[in-house]
Design a protein around this ligand. Structure first.
Ligand code: DI6
Ligand code: FE
Length: 405
């Protein structure tokens, strides 16, 4: 019978994240799906029939916690080589900025990415994506930004798309051409931004390689005026924007992002109350990246209370990258967001599901509700707080992506 559901989990404790606040917990719940979409979520008592008459496959999970698949909404996981040497230098006292100015940092990853073939880049990046998947990540964002010329940026974005196909998960790609100044443009940042806006971005958009556009607005990145030009070019090509803003200093990037109705502004350690107000009014998600905060041994905390006061949706991501956040676990990012930024476990879980989806402009996932994608995790846990409590806890018992698994 073709109208039977493809799968049905019963006897579950379901954290739907479907309401504006709270876990949206359903005790003794059931979730059913068909053709990759959720067709039922609610108490078992409300099922429209006996489980056996509803679905071909039924799994009783014995009171285990079920959540939406996790979403890592900010990664730079496509890169070549690593920067362990730079990590050692930082431990000996060199600053991130000093290393960047001395030709290390992002630019050293650029050399490695330019030299790597597309196949080599894929082979080096896939294990990192697999590591993130072990935690229950079912949708990933991946940025370019270590190519800094059209061919190398396009190569990175193709590799990112191939990771999604290869692993059968959702991958959203972000063009981050304005990540750092390539050495050939030293002293000519405006000329490089011309290249990004008039040559690279149009070609990337034309080939459909990017779902969004990002920039690094920072003293060691690009100015506010340069960032504005990148945003204008993105909008001309119909692409939404995001921004690395206020990570190391306050340049006004978060307010600029809000004025462009950015999907998200990320990092945000240096934002002030006015920035939070602007983001709240614009609906721009605050993506918190505790991995970079910890690895750079930052001490200035993002103003979480101001974000709460102004109703800014908060997401949590790994920022997985070779320089400032070699972090391969979104669960660990959630735990660090609680320990370092004092997020509640509920905010951390919402930040890695519902609000992470928002930060990617995705309305079809991140929550459990009828009509949304059947991306589901069954955990060896009962209490949602356990997901942010363990530093390296058990992976999910079961991962269902788009109804499969
Ligand atoms: N902020 C970050 O955290 C990463 N990029 C950025 O703009 C760091 C990238 C790197 O150091 O390779
Ligand atoms: Fe980043």
């Amino acid at each position: 019978m073709s109208n039977l559901w493809d799968g049905l989990l019963i006897d579950a404790r379901i954290a739907t994240l479907a309401d504006a606040s709270g876990h949206g917990l359903i005790e003794r719940g059931a979730v059913g799906w068909q053709d990759g979409r959720i067709v039922f979520v609610g108490p078992m008592d409300a099922l429209p029939g006996a489980p056996g008459a509803l679905s071909r496959h039924i799994e009783a999970v014995d009171g285990a916690l079920v959540t939406p698949g996790l979403i890592d909404c900010h990664t730079h996981l496509v890169f070549a080589g690593d920067r362990a040497r730079e990590f050692e230098m930082r431990l000996q006292g060199a600053s991130y900025e000093a290393i960047a100015k001395a030709g290390g940092g992002i630019v050293s990853s650029v050399r490695a990415v330019r030299e790597a073939s597309e196949e080599a880049l894929l082979a080096q990046s896939l294990p990192r994506a697999r590591a993130l998947l072990r935690d229950g990540v079912t949708t990933l964002e991946i940025k370019s930004g270590y190519g800094l010329d059209l061919d190398s940026e396009a190569k990175m974005l193709r590799v990112a798309r191939r990771i999604g196909t290869e692993l059968g998960i959702g991958v959203r790609t972000t063009f981050l051409g304005a990540h750092a100044l390539p050495p050939a443009y030293a002293g000519r940042a405006d000329a490089y931004i011309d290249l990004v806006c008039e040559h690279m971005l149009p070609a990337i958009a034309h080939e459909g390689l990017a779902d969004a556009v990002d920039a690094f607005c920072e003293g060691i990145g690009f100015s506010l005026a340069q960032t504005r030009r990148v945003f204008e070019a993105a909008h001309r090509h119909g692409l939404p924007v995001k921004l690395h803003a206020e990570q190391l200093s306050h340049l006004g990037g978060a307010a600029l992002a809000a004025s462009f109705h950015a999907l998200s502004a990320d990092h945000l350690e240096w934002i002030d109350e006015d920035d939070a107000r602007a983001m709240g009014a614009a609906g721009t998600v605050a993506v918190l990246l505790p991995g970079a905060f910890v690895c750079l041994r930052e001490t200035k905390l993002p103003p979480i209370d101001a974000l709460r006061t102004h109703g800014v949706p908060m997401a949590v991501a790994t920022d997985c990258n070779p320089g400032t956040s070699p972090l391969l676990s979104l669960r660990l990012a959630m735990a660090l967001a609680c320990a370092q930024f004092r997020l509640t476990p509920e905010e951390a879980l919402r930040g890695a599901t519902a609000n992470a989806a928002r930060a990617l402009g995705l309305q079809d996932r991140g929550r459990l509700a009828v009509g949304l994608r059947a991306d589901l995790l069954v955990w060896e846990a009962h209490d949602p707080a356990q997901l942010s409590y363990w530093l390296g806890g058990d992976p999910p018992r079961r991962v269902i992506v788009g109804g499969a698994g």
